[in-house]
Design a protein around this ligand. Structure first.
Ligand SMILES: *[C@@H]1O[C@H](CO)[C@@H](O)[C@H](O)[C@H]1NC(C)=O
Ligand SMILES: *[C@@H]1O[C@H](CO)[C@@H](O)[C@H](O)[C@H]1NC(C)=O
Length: 385
């Protein structure tokens, strides 16, 4: 019994010792880390650029298209800005600091390259950077970019857009900050979150070094990104294209309804209203005026005019038919009319006028079909011209 108790005590004691020693190790590491950071930050001044040339590699990782503001011509994306640069002040011997090979520091407490995008507006999170034992500093900052783009909606809703984005150091030439792309797949789509309305077609980076005549020894380096994206068509097909075409086709049906039927004018009016409604809906999403306006808008305006002429033709043909059906046979030859007889004479329909109305309808149907087909083809397929 005593022996077992003793063994238990020894085991417990060993465990306690182990816990104590690992606690002690953790304390040592903690103290070392503290000393290291204090020592590093003692000499670090974030206003002073490290030993030049600073080797800076830069990459953007696409997270998502957040918003495409079609009216304001702004593309909003969220990205990770991935930067690694050399700063000789972050160097230490890990053997002196319990093997610590990296420390995390707040982004705004260390020097960072003054890389800015031209034109685009930038919002970023305040995160930490990692400084490594060899003097490399790596930052991976979530950013939100608002990029002004000129969108071309001509092919709406099959439109493809391209936006450009350029990063360069605000004040330093290539001799002081050597900007390079982090690797060939720098414009990465790996972490890209899908957007239900937009699909990214490509995201490419290029590095350009420019020398100006004033200073032949100095290179100015920039990294440009080109984003190409398109609308995912499915929903627009249902919401915009099909209703517009169906409404426009109803114009032709107008001519097939008998002229004396009241439904004809009703249909014409409904078609005009429907087309105007489609235009208004289109105007909610994209600008429908200007050189970049969708051809879809031209098509709808053109259809409104056709429907307007169809309404006028309906009035003409309705009047012809009703004259035809009301005018008596007596009107045809003057001498046949006698006193008294005209009152009792049953008015015989004037077949000629009624047939004329039908013929005008048919001719209009054919002409409108041809105009509609040609006009629609030209407006919606301008590239074939
Ligand atoms: C770091 O350790 C080396 C030997 O490993 C020693 O020569 C040096 O003085 C130490 N530096 C500091 C700052 O303690
Ligand atoms: C800049 O970086 C590139 C690629 O790493 C290298 O070839 C070039 O020599 C560097 N230029 C300077 C001035 O350090």
């Amino acid at each position: 019994m005593a022996f077992r108790d003793g063994a238990l005590l020894v085991v417990l004691g060993l465990c306690l010792l182990y816990v104590k020693s690992s606690e002690a190790n953790a304390d040592v590491e903690h103290n070392n880390r503290h000393d290291l950071i204090v020592k590093l930050m003692e000499v670090h001044n974030k206003l002073v650029i490290p030993r030049t040339p600073v080797q800076l590699s830069f990459g953007l990782v696409m997270r998502a298209i957040e918003d495409v503001d079609e009216k304001a011509n702004i593309l909003r994306i969220s990205v990770f800005s991935d930067m690694a640069w050399s700063d000789h002040r972050f160097q230490w011997d890990p053997a002196n600091y319990s093997g610590i090979y990296s420390v995390s520091l707040p982004l705004n407490s260390v020097w960072r390259p003054d890389l800015v995008p031209s034109y685009a507006k930038i919002e970023e999170e305040h995160v930490t950077v990692a400084a490594f034992v060899d003097g490399t500093v790596r930052s991976y900052v979530p950013q939100r970019l608002s990029i002004p783009c000129s969108f071309d909606f001509n092919d709406y809703p099959y439109d493809v857009h391209t936006c450009d984005l350029k990063f360069q150091s605000w004040t330093h030439s290539g001799n002081r900050i050597n900007l390079t792309i982090i690797d060939e797949t720098a414009a990465s789509l790996t972490y890209h979150r899908d957007n239900s309305q937009w699909e990214i077609l490509s995201f490419k980076a290029t590095r350009t070094a420019t020398t100006y005549p004033c200073c032949p020894n100095e290179e100015y380096i920039d990294v440009s990104y080109r984003i190409q994206f398109k609308r995912t068509v499915g929903e627009y097909q249902v919401r915009v294209v099909t209703p517009s075409i169906i409404t426009s086709l109803l114009i032709l049906v107008c001519f097939l309804i008998p002229p004396l039927s009241g439904g004809r004018m009703v249909l014409c009016s409904v078609v005009i209203l429907g087309l105007l409604l489609q235009l208004a809906i289109l105007n909610l999403t994209v600008p429908i005026r200007g050189p970049n306006a969708p051809f879809m808008a031209d098509f709808l305006c053109f259809s409104v005019f056709l429907a307007f002429f169809a309404a006028i033709e309906s009035v003409v043909s309705m009047n012809l038919s009703s004259w035809g059906s009301l005018s008596g046979s007596g009107n045809n030859n003057g001498d046949a009319s006698k006193d008294g007889e005209e009152l009792v004479a049953q008015p015989k329909p004037n077949l000629f006028l009624m047939q004329l109305a039908r013929i005008i309808d048919l001719v209009c149907f054919v002409v409108f079909t041809v105009v509609f087909a040609i006009g629609g083809a030209i407006i919606l397929n301008p590239k074939t011209e």
